[in-house]
Design a protein around this ligand. Structure first.
Ligand code: GLP
Length: 238
C-alpha cells in the first residue's frame, strides 16, 4: 500500500488526479471503477478541468460504479446516478452507453451486475472510505469474498449520509446495492482518497490494523497495487 499525505484537500485531489490521468493516458480504452461521496468530488473537478483545458478524451473510456441506493429513483438528486452525471459524466465526452451503475433492488439484479463485472477487468478502481471502514457499501462484517450484493446500511452510515437527505436519517434509503469486496479486489489498481479528521481512525485501521472483516478496507493490504491519497487530517493517526 502506497500512502501519500498531502497538505490539504486541494492538493490531495490534484495528486489523486495524477494517478487517474496516468492510467487514462497509458490506456485511452481504460475501464474505470468509479465512486461517489464527497471525497472524490475534488478529483472529478480536476478531471473536468483537464478535459476542458487539455481535451483529454473519455470517448473510449468505460466506467462501472461501485454502488447505488436501493429504493430511490435514478433521477432523485441524491441517487449515485445523479451524482455521477452532475460531477463527471455531463462534463466530459464519456459515452452514456459506456457508463454502468448498479440498478435494481433484488439479489438477482446484483448478480446481473456482478456477471457484467466479471466480463471485464477494471484498470483503476477509485474508492472513498466510510467512518467505520466501509468501502463501497461493504459494511463491517461483510465477507472478504462477497460479490455484488444488496446491503442493509448500518446506523453509522445512515447517520453519516443523512447530511444529503435534509439531515433526516429516516429519509436515507436503508438499503443499497454494492460491488463486493471480492469484486473490488479483482481490479488491477486501486486509488483510495480520504480527507478530514473524522476519517483518521478508519484510515489507521485500514493501513496499520489487522486484516479483519470488522474493517472492510483492511482487505486492501492484500492487494498488490493500492495508492492511498490523504490530507493531513485523515493521516493524523498514522
Ligand atoms: C458512502 C459511499 C462510499 C463512500 C463513503 C464515504 O457511504 N457508499 O462509497 O466512500 O460513504 O463518503 P464521503 O466521501 O462522503 O465521506
Amino acid at each position: 500500500m502506497k500512502v501519500i499525505v498531502c497538505e490539504n484537500y486541494e492538493e490531495e485531489s490534484k495528486k489523486a488526479f495524477e494517478v487517474m490521468k496516468d492510467v487514462i493516458q497509458k490506456n485511452p480504452h481504460a475501464i474505470l471503477g468509479l465512486a461517489t461521496g464527497s471525497s472524490p468530488e475534488g478529483l472529478y473537478k480536476e478531471m473536468v478541468k483537464d478535459y476542458e483545458e487539455n481535451g483529454t478524451s473519455y470517448a473510449d473510456i468505460t466506467s462501472y460504479n461501485l454502488d447505488e441506493y436501493v429504493g430511490i429513483d435514478r433521477n432523485h438528486p441524491e441517487s449515485y446516478y445523479s451524482f455521477m452525471h452532475k460531477h463527471l459524466f455531463d462534463h466530459v465526452n464519456i459515452k452514456p452507453e459506456n457508463t454502468h451503475l448498479p440498478e435494481g433492488s433484488t439479489q438477482a439484479d446484483a448478480d446481473a451486475y456482478e456477471a457484467e463485472l466479471k466480463k471485464v477487468t477494471i484498470d483503476l478502481q477509485l474508492l472513498g472510505i466510510g467512518r467505520n471502514g466501509h468501502i463501497g457499501f461493504n459494511e463491517p462484517g461483510t465477507s472478504f469474498d462477497a460479490p455484488t450484493h444488496i446491503v442493509d446500511l448500518t446506523q453509522s452510515t445512515l447517520e453519516a449520509n443523512s447530511r444529503f437527505f435534509d439531515n433526516d436519517v429516516n429519509k436515507v434509503p436503508h438499503q443499497a446495492m454494492s460491488m463486493g469486496l471480492g469484486s473490488i479486489m479483482r481490479s488491477k489498481k486501486i486509488l483510495l482518497v480520504a480527507n478530514g479528521a473524522n476519517k483518521a481512525d478508519a484510515v489507521k485501521a485500514m493501513v496499520e490494523g489487522p486484516v479483519t472483516e470488522k474493517v472492510p478496507a483492511s482487505i486492501l493490504q492484500k492487494h498488490p497495487d493500492v495508492v492511498v491519497v490523504l490530507d493531513k487530517a485523515a493521516a493524523s493517526k498514522l
